[in-house]
Design a protein around this ligand. Structure first.
Ligand SMILES: CC(C)(COP(=O)(O)OP(=O)(O)OC[C@H]1O[C@@H](n2cnc3c(N)ncnc32)[C@H](O)[C@@H]1OP(=O)(O)O)[C@@H](O)C(=O)NCCC(=O)NCCS
Length: 247
């Protein structure tokens, strides 16, 4: 599914930057990462009351700027962002580059595309799964039926495969929770222990088609990625870059 990144980004490529907070902050202390941000973004990070959230937000914001600059001849401080009505950050000053970021439990992931929407989500599959009675808020009836049949040792991982892919799709659409997570399905294929080459999105409310990809980041993170399809039956390559220091 993935291959190593190169310093350009074609229209049929998506770059996924993956960074662990502990590794990055070991290479350079948090204050120095914070100092790379414009004042208003630094203030947003410093408002986080939980240390881990502040750290993840800081790293994500630096990587978004550095990533965009990596693929366009602009310095990291050049980028201006706006938000849609659901709070989705978007590049304001053009170039055709798109991005989305996610962070959880010490991992930060940023996806970059050109001329197409991208959405990304990461979660730890060691988190607790919602009670069975509450699953209807997250999964469609088809997904719940699939989950009810997986062996106990794959239950949590399968739930979080659904979750990361669904949230990546909601984030690519930019609509957050208003999408109704029970109103569309992901087809994970016939065997939960063998991920299909590409999971499928089943959402009859949209005519846009989406490529879905998934990735494991050991020891316990899953990453879901949704990429807008521009040309019918095109193939999109996902290029991954592991970040361990300030890029
Ligand atoms: C955007 C949202 C959908 C994701 O939130 P999350 O999983 O808590 O957080 P993530 O780390 O994946 O993503 C957060 C980042 O996405 C971006 N983002 C914010 N709103 C967004 C939106 N509407 N669309 C796309 N991206 C958005 C921001 O860069 C944000 O970073 P920040 O928190 O540092 O500002 C959030 O609105 C939410 O409410 N999630 C609820 C989770 C849930 O119940 N999911 C059920 C899935 S089965």
């Amino acid at each position: 599914m993935t291959s190593p990144e190169k310093p350009s980004l074609a229209g049929n490529e998506v770059s996924l930057w993956i960074a662990r907070v502990d590794e990055c902050f070991e290479a350079m202390p948090e204050e120095e990462w914070l100092a790379l941000l414009p004042e208003e973004e630094r203030a947003v990070c410093l408002r986080a009351r939980v240390d881990s959230v502040r750290q993840e937000r800081t790293l994500a914001r630096v990587l978004i700027r550095r990533g965009l600059s990596h693929f366009a001849a602009r310095p990291p401080g050049w980028w201006r962002f706006t938000e849609n009505e659901f709070g989705r950050p978007l590049v304001q000053n053009g170039t055709g580059l798109t991005f989305n970021a996610s962070h959880s439990r010490g991992l930060v992931v940023c996806a970059f595309g050109r001329g197409r929407e991208v959405g990304v989500d990461t979660e730890s599959h060691e988190r607790s799964v919602p009670e069975w009675e509450g699953l209807g808020r997250f999964l469609s009836p088809t997904e719940q039926a699939y989950l009810s049949k997986v062996p106990p040792e794959q239950y949590s991982r399968t739930f979080f495969r659904f979750w990361t892919l669904k949230e990546a799709y909601a984030k690519a659409r930019g609509v957050g929770l208003s999408i109704g997570f029970d109103a569309f399905s992901i087809d994970l294929g016939p065997r939960p222990d063998v991920p299909p080459e590409r999971p499928l999105l089943l959402d009859d409310r949209t005519t846009t088609r989406w490529h879905l990809h998934e990735l494991s980041v050991p020891p316990h993170h899953l990453v879901g990625l949704a990429v807008e399809e521009i040309e019918p039956n095109e193939s999109v390559s996902v290029l991954t870059r592991r970040i361990k220091e300030c890029p």
